[in-house]
Design a protein around this ligand. Structure first.
Ligand SMILES: Cc1ncc(COP(=O)(O)O)c(C=O)c1O
Length: 400
């Protein structure tokens, strides 16, 4: 095991805040349920801001530097440097990037660049529910390619889904079908880190079926120690792909809107057609915060990653003790755990039972699409104490 246990509290941001202090927060994680509920649902983390990020924001506030952003070049340059250092990838060229308001709105913009309003979008179910909501709100149908029994991309299922998507009905305005594959890498909710071989096969299949790939890589910095994230655009065959990246998940900056769209060399012309008004969405404070995180937040991130490794191991132990009927396959990325509760006899929506009886808020698996019924998604980015109490409560709620 490459993970020493018990990271000192001084470097593990997951051990720094008390529950009383967290309950003073006003974000959705803390204001949706009453105070007797432990919230381990939406993807926000129970961490203080990384010091370089806090400094960048407070300096801007002190200066009254709260105007419009000048563009996304500095953010993209910081991301490029981060990619070089962490992923040994030097293919992120600032001139092939664009600033977007956030990852999901960026996904929608990428879909508009490479497909028409009726073209199908393939997703790997179960998957982050907004993949369905945002895609469908553009009018595009979703085609599901289920993950395999281990939660990994199933090349055969993807091949079949690409064939279905590419062979869809003729467009009302004439013209061929332009299918898109919305890849989640690393995968939410399973925490699966796709390998270079898997992503290379994805690129091959996409080329074979004329499918364009849009990769949501928001969880990319959040990998287990000893593991390495592989950017989709770094694999052979992915040159016409597009990716969305952001510091928002890894440094808990969802309230500070900004993200970066990255084009492979053969998608540069597509990205150049992005309407100028899209760049009006990200906030200046968001751009400053995300840039500082990527540039100077590496040590803080390392402390977090060590803490998440500990929590993944702790969750396994807690489930074995309190909920042996739950199946959990720890992922190598994200701070999310996908728990198979079908053995508990709680029906399709165990999250409702854990909330009602145990006062623990988790995400129901149902909105994650086919394969989600009977599962819950648990957010591990909390202190070991909260995680322990949450699983103890979940255990008691099954025994009533
Ligand atoms: C896979 C994935 N994409 C996108 C988002 C949302 O990102 P944003 O707030 O930048 O739209 C999340 C949030 O949890 C996510 O897990």
């Amino acid at each position: 095991m490459d993970t020493p246990r018990d990271t000192p509290a001084s470097v593990n941001p997951l051990r720094m805040l008390t529950l009383d202090r967290l309950r003073r927060r006003t974000s959705v994680k803390w204001r949706t349920y009453p105070d007797d509920v432990l919230p381990l649902w939406v993807a926000e983390m129970d961490v203080p801001l990384a010091e370089p990020v806090a400094r960048a924001i407070t300096e801007a506030v002190a200066l009254g530097d709260t105007g419009y952003p000048v563009g996304g070049a500095e953010y993209a340059a910081a991301l490029g440097e981060f990619a070089r250092k962490r992923w040994e990838w030097d293919g992120l060229a600032v001139e092939r990037t664009a600033i977007v308001p956030d990852v999901m709105l960026g996904v929608v913009e990428m879909l508009k660049l490479v497909s028409g309003p009726e073209d199908p979008v393939v997703v790997n179910c179960p998957v982050y529910p907004p993949f369905y909501q945002f895609v469908r709100s553009t009018g595009r149908p979703v085609v599901e390619a289920p993950l395999d029994a281990c939660g990994r991309i199933d090349p055969q299922a993807l091949d079949d889904a690409f064939a279905r998507a590419a062979g869809g009905p003729a467009r009302s305005g004439g013209g061929g079908v332009r299918p898109v594959y919305l890849l989640c890498s690393p995968h939410n909710p399973t925490g699966v880190l796709h390998t270079r071989a898997e992503l290379t096969e994805v690129a091959r299949l996409a080329r074979a079926h004329g499918v364009r790939v849009v990769a949501d890589e928001i969880h990319a910095p959040l990998v287990a120690r000893g593991a390495t994230f592989v950017p989709y655009l770094s694999v052979p065959g992915a040159e016409n792909g597009l990716s969305l990246m952001s510091a928002s998940k890894a440094w808990n900056l969802a309230g500070l809107k900004a993200a970066v769209a990255v084009a492979g060399p053969q998608a540069a012309e597509d990205l150049a057609r992005l309407p100028e008004e899209v760049s009006h969405g990200p906030s200046h404070l968001g751009v400053l915060a995300h840039t500082a995180a990527l540039r100077d937040g590496g040590d803080w991130l390392d402390g977090l990653l060590a803490g998440l490794d500990e929590n993944r191991a702790l969750l396994g132990e807690l489930l074995a003790e309190h909920l042996p009927g739950v199946r959990y396959r720890p992922g190598r990325a994200t701070y999310l755990a996908w728990l198979d509760c079908r053995g508990l006899g709680l029906g399709d929506d165990p999250a409702a039972v854990f909330l009602e009886r145990g006062r623990v808020a988790l995400n129901s698996g149902i909105p994650f699409g086919t394969g989600g019924a009977g599962f819950v998604r648990l957010n591990l980015a909390t202190s070991p104490e909260v995680l322990t109490e949450a699983v103890r409560r979940m255990g008691s709620s099954v025994r009533v």
